[in-house]
Design a protein around this ligand. Structure first.
Ligand SMILES: [Zn+2]
Length: 138
């Protein structure tokens, strides 16, 4: 959005918002911009006051936010690594074994496909999916 300060032939001035400068030109050419005082369409653009609503700041906040998420995930990963047994691709199998053999619930973590997770869920085995950062990803 862009704000233009407009001046009419009657010397009245007013502000109006437009999608962009082309849009302003289009409306002006088609006499669609009229004075709020005298309804004349002999309008001139005086001062251009574009709005730049802190785009830079917003993107900084966003990356900071992402960084925070990553930090939390990494902390969680560390906790899991310290407290759970890594079972790799055998995750679904191991989870079933714990569930059906009433093994003392030992925390495990590993890889599973979405399909396997669904099957486990249908069997009443609760799993938690966490985003996982690998060292190669920065
Ligand atoms: Zn006017």
């Amino acid at each position: 959005m862009i704000k233009y300060n407009l001046t009419c032939e009657c010397k009245c001035t007013f502000d109006s918002w437009f999608a962009n400068s082309q849009e302003f030109e289009r409306l002006r050419r088609n006499n669609l911009i009229t004075c709020i005082e005298c309804s004349s369409n002999k309008i001139k653009k005086s001062i251009m006051a574009p709005s730049v609503s802190n785009l830079k700041k917003a993107s900084n906040d966003d990356s900071k936010f992402k960084k925070n998420i990553k930090k939390k995930v990494l902390e969680y990963q560390k906790f899991i690594k310290q407290n759970c047994k890594y079972v790799g691709e055998n995750f679904a199998q191991e989870a079933r074994s714990i569930h059906y053999n009433n093994k003392k619930s030992e925390g495990i973590y590993g890889k599973a496909t979405a399909e396997e997770i669904n099957e486990l869920h249908e069997e009443g085995i609760e799993t938690t999916t966490v985003p996982w950062y690998h060292k190669s990803e920065n």
